[in-house]
Structure formats: structure tokens, C-alpha cells
Design a protein around this ligand. Structure first.
Ligand code: NCD
Length: 323
């Protein structure tokens, strides 16, 4: 099946997916609608399509990943692409080759789309200026993680049927979270009310400029919240101690059975993962009826298929090939 057979409507026109900040609500909706169409057309993603047949997708991961890397690889293969997996630790980077030279070398093997994760904010943007290939940001430091934002939003839309008018709380390490930033840009554009909540040291008040409300007390906001997205404390990105102890963090900001009892009965509990059981949420909440954490993982595959399809179309159009 070709992508043109899917009833794809709505604007796109982007060669790269670097973040949700500069996408319009209409472009975001194009991705979400295409993911939904792919869900219908592929019985949840397990059927193979030929949308990316003849194209090569390279995964360039300079930071660890379980979900994102696996689901980008699987998504590319489900769409009929050849895939190349690059791992920084076993590459010639250790021999002194630069980031750009590494990427140019891989591109020279005929790569059409590059999926890049890097600890430095802006690394995929830099690649997009040096490569002819389309670039997808799979997480750049503390900056953005657009496909995670999209899959979180998609999961909410699948469960609630809409985004506009919902109240979504992003709880945790807002300061260091690229997932928070991509969620904020997407959710605000699509008309949600977004509240960010966490220890004051991890929630910069300037974040209000992005159109969100700031709260320090989870128990105060919880009764108003439709969806809560529990963000991992990004210890690996922190310099210094931002709160006294993990136990205290869990006590004040962790989701547990008691908080679930005081929340809306149909509260959706999301977490991008990896989850730390007993910190951001207790095991009974992670595995309980309000949790949609594994749906997020499944939906990640659909969202990545949708994003790869859209960029493949631009790539083929740009290189004079058939869409
Ligand atoms: C997130 C990431 O890498 O930013 N994980 C993911 O992609 N599912 C969140 C995190 O690591 O906490």
C-alpha cells in the first residue's frame, strides 16, 4: 500500500521534524490524523506498507534509548524502508571523527532520512543544515522530543476524543525535560489548558511565557486535571541537587493510590518512560486502570510511521521522485 492510498489531507510541507515549537495546529493535526489512519489501515501497525520502499532510514543515537530507537526502527521497517543503526559507543567517534563528518559519512551511503538523538540541544538542527537527508529529532538534550510530544497527545486524543478544553498536568523535572517542552508546544496549540507542576527548583517560572500555568502543589491541582503526564527526574542532566531526597520527591509529586482516589475517576495517567517505580508513580498506579503507559508505547510506533511517511513524501518530492 502506498501513502497516497491513505486519505491524507491537511498541511505539512516540512523537510525535517526538529520540534513542535514551529509547527502549526493544522500541521500537528495532520500527523495525528495520519497516525489514526495508519492505525486503521494496519491493524495497529503490524501490517507492512510500502510507503518507504526504496528509501534508507538511519538511526543516529548518541544517547541511550529503548523505546524511541526501537520504535523508529520498527516503524521504518513496517513502511518498507531499509534501516541502518548507528551506535556512538562503537563508532569512529572514539577515533576523533566529528559529529558532522560522522553524519556525512553515513549519508554518503545513500541515506534518505536520519533519526538523531543527542545530548546537545540543537544537534539535529545542525545536521539539517549540513545534510540533504530529512532529519527527525529523537530528543536533543533538554530542548525537544517532538515524536514523544506527538505520541502523548495522540494517546490523550484516542482516549478522550479531543485535546481542546482538556486540562493536562505535566509533573516533575520540567526544567530539564525535552518531553515537557514538546508537550507544551503541542498541547497549547491544540487548545488544552496545561499546568506544569514540580519542585520549585525544577519548574522555572519563565515557562509561563509558553502559555502554561505553574503550580507547586500537586494535591491542589489534581481534582481539576483530566490527564497527568509524569516526567522522570533527569538526574543525568542535572548539575547539583534540586531537592533533598527521592523519598521526599515521591511523597510530594509521585502518583500513588491515595492521589488516584482524590483525582477524577477517569484520570489518564501517562509517563514517557523509562519509569522509576516508587518515584514518579507507585507500581499499583503504573499497572492500574488509569494508566495508559503501554498504549503510549504502541502509539509511538504509529506516530513515528506517520512522521516518517510525511518526511518521505517531502524527500521524494524534493529529489524529483514520485510521491
Ligand atoms: C524520554 C527521553 O529520552 O527524553 N524517554 C523517551 O524517549 N521515552 C524521557 C526520559 O528519558 O525521561
Amino acid at each position: 500500500m502506498q501513502i497516497s492510498e491513505l486519505p491524507l489531507s491537511g498541511p505539512w510541507g516540512e523537510r525535517h521534524l526538529l520540534g513542535l515549537e514551529r509547527l502549526t495546529a493544522a500541521q500537528l493535526t495532520t500527523v495525528l490524523d495520519l497516525a489514526e489512519e495508519l492505525e486503521r489501515a494496519t491493524a495497529g501497525g503490524s501490517e507492512r506498507l510500502s510507503t518507504l520502499k526504496g528509501l534508507v532510514v538511519a538511526n543516529l543515537f548518541f544517547e541511550n534509548s529503548t523505546r524511541t530507537r526501537t520504535s523508529f526502527s520498527l516503524a521504518a521497517r513496517r513502511l518498507g524502508a531499509d534501516t541502518v543503526d548507528f551506535s556512538a559507543s562503537s563508532s569512529s567517534l572514539s577515533k576523533g571523527e566529528t559529529f558532522i563528518d560522522t553524519a556525512l559519512t553515513i549519508e554518503a551511503m545513500g541515506v534518505d532520512l536520519v533519526v538523531c538523538r543527542h545530548k546537545t540541544p540543537g544537534a539535529p538542527h545542525l545536521l539539517s543544515r549540513h545534510l540533504r537527508a530529512g532529519v527527525l529529532n529523537a530528543g536533543d538534550g533538554t530542548h525537544e522530543h517532538p515524536t514523544q510530544g506527538l505520541l502523548d497527545i495522540y494517546t490523550i486524543r484516542r482516549h478522550r476524543g479531543r485535546i481542546a478544553g482538556l486540562t493536562v498536568a505535566l509533573v516533575g523535572d520540567i526544567r530539564h525535560s525535552r518531553v515537557a517542552r514538546s508537550n507544551i508546544h503541542g498541547l497549547v496549540k491544540l487548545g488544552a489548558r496545561v499546568i506544569v507542576c514540580g519542585p520549585s527548583t525544577l519548574v522555572p517560572t519563565e515557562i509561563r511565557q509558553l502559555g502554561v500555568e505553574v503550580a507547586w502543589n500537586l494535591d491542589e491541582i489534581l481534582p481539576e486535571v483530566d490527564c497527568v503526564n509524569l516526567l522522570r527526574v533527569q538526574f543525568e542532566r542535572q548539575r547539583g541537587a534540586f531537592f533533598p531526597s527521592i523519598a521526599e520527591y515521591a511523597e510530594l509529586f509521585g502518583m500513588n493510590a491515595e492521589r488516584i482516589r482524590r483525582a477524577r475517576k477517569d484520570l489518564l495517567v501517562l509517563a514517557p518512560g523509562p519509569i522509576n517505580r516508587g518515584v514518579e508513580l507507585t507500581p499499583d498506579v503504573a499497572d492500574g486502570p488509569n494508566s495508559v503507559i503501554l498504549d503510549q508505547v504502541s502509539n509511538g510506533l504509529l506516530i513515528r510511521m506517520a512522521c516518517l511517511s510525511l518526511l518521505a513524501r517531502e524527500r521524494r518530492a524534493g529529489s524529483g521522485g514520485a510521491a
